[in-house]
Design a protein around this ligand. Structure first.
Ligand code: ADP
Ligand code: ASP
Ligand code: MG
Length: 401
């Protein structure tokens, strides 16, 4: 079997944990399997590097940031190879250049385009454990890129896809995917299985246990993923796959996203084509818009509100202000003190009671909803940030997850 095993930052945070991971990989290796290991940077290294960059230049170019951040993964893979070698097992560490993991050119948010397999296959053929840096790619300018925070999961899935791995195991600091973040909801339950579509929604809506693009890619290339604990080795994790046994549970999970800003353009003309103008301008700048709310027209004007990720706040505000001026709107305002709480599960719209239950739970806890968006697989609401944890718990209880 060929197994891709990915370990997150907390799993390789210190010497003991590095050796612990090394031993677990060696077990598979000794059982005769081909083992490819993908690692994140140790502990909080990536955060620390970002903070360090900010002390030098808060407006650092993304290219340089990527150059800096990717050093974190290079430290962990080389130390892991040394640990395995210390345990008398042949191992080799490789970065994105050595593997040739080609990505798009967008620094800080690159996507894989093509990943070569020759080097890894060659190393596996000579019976080495291959340890690859997560989170990084190489663009057409031969510059190093990063895939966005949490991107090591996507490196693991990409390698599992091109190497036709038998499985892709994502080891982390919790036992699997839960009905809500187990650090926020004490009663959250571990799911035995979740479909790609449900997991993609959960991850996109803030459940950071998996990078959303890793799930997208796993679905596209039918990579079987398993999310497992790097601490409790005998506890089964959560399988992510195409179809799951139909369970009684309609709602799979509750997700909280604190990385949200609401922007409103007030009193713009209530005319055809107005929404198109602002949203096409946002799209042209590659800014993803999430929840959209347009007020009913009154006296020939209307308000348009939308949410973006807080990282895009400044760029989106600039676009909104320029739009407001051109169309003769009144003003633009924003609120980044908001959070998005979502429930995910198949068949949301065909079960009308679901939305009612969610809103009732929020109402009973005095949590005001400022925006709502629904789809067949999720319902999201925008609330005040400080009520986020309370809201997740209230909704989790209401659905008796
Ligand atoms: P790693 O460094 O291993 O990639 P992450 O911090 O990226 O770990 O992801 C694991 C974390 O995801 C957990 O510690 C947990 O707090 C959080 N999390 C959020 N939502 C969920 C969920 N639904 N199930 C499990 N963990 C979740
Ligand atoms: N080290 C990177 C980060 O902290 C990538 C990852 O952990 O997946 O975002
Ligand atoms: Mg992660």
């Amino acid at each position: 079997m060929l197994i891709v095993k990915k370990f997150g930052g907390s799993s390789v945070a210190n010497k003991e944990r590095i050796f612990n991971v090394a031993k677990r990989c060696i077990e598979d290796y000794r059982a005769g399997h081909d083992v490819v290991v993908v690692l994140s940077a140790m502990g909080d290294t990536t955060d620390d590097l970002i903070a360090l960059a900010n002390t030098i230049n808060p407006n650092a170019k993304k290219r340089e940031l990527d150059m800096l951040l990717t050093t974190g993964e290079q430290v962990s893979v080389s130390l892991m190879a040394m640990a395995m070698q210390a345990l008398d097992v042949p191992a080799v560490s490789l970065n994105a250049f050595q593997v040739m993991m080609h990505s798009t050119s967008r620094y800080g948010n690159a996507r894989f385009k093509r990943v070569d397999t020759e080097r890894i296959m060659h190393e596996l053929d000579s019976r080495k454990i291959v340890i690859v840096t997560g989170f990084q790619g190489v663009n057409k300018y031969d510059d190093i890129t990063t895939l966005g925070r949490g991107g090591s999961d996507t490196t693991a899935v990409a390698l599992a896809a091109v190497l036709h791995a038998d499985k892709c195991e994502i080891y982390t600091d919790v036992d699997g995917v839960f009905t809500a973040d187990p650090r926020v909801v004490k009663t959250a339950k571990k799911l035995d299985a979740v479909t790609y579509d449900e997991m993609l929604e959960l991850a996109s809506l803030g459940a950071k246990v998996l990078h959303n693009r890793s799930v997208e890619m796993a679905k596209k290339y039918s990579v079987k993923m398993e999310v497992r604990s790097s601490i409790h080795s005998d506890v089964p994790g959560t399988i992510v796959k195409e179809v799951c046994k139909v369970e009684k549970m309609l709602i799979k999970g509750v997700a909280l996203d604190n990385d949200v800003t609401r922007i409103s353009v007030i009193e713009v003309p209530d005319q055809p084509g107005i929404a198109f103008r602002i949203f096409s301008a946002l799209a042209a700048s590659k800014i993803n818009v999430d929840i959209i709310l347009q007020s009913v027209g009154r006296e020939g004007t209307k308000d348009i509100s939308f949410t973006v990720s807080t990282a895009h706040k400044d760029a989106a505000m600039q676009i909104a202000e320029a739009f407001c001026q051109t169309v003769g709107g009144k003003e633009v305002n924003f609120n980044d003190n908001v959070a998005k709480v979502s429930i995910v599960g198949a068949g949301m719209l065909s079960n009308p009671g679901v939305a009612a239950t969610m809103f009732e739970a929020l109402g009973e806890n005095n949590i005001n909803i400022s925006m709502i968006s629904t789809s067949e697989i999720k319902i999201s609401v925008l609330i005040e940030k400080e009520q986020g944890k309370k809201a997740v718990n209230a909704i989790h209880d209401a659905f008796a997850l």
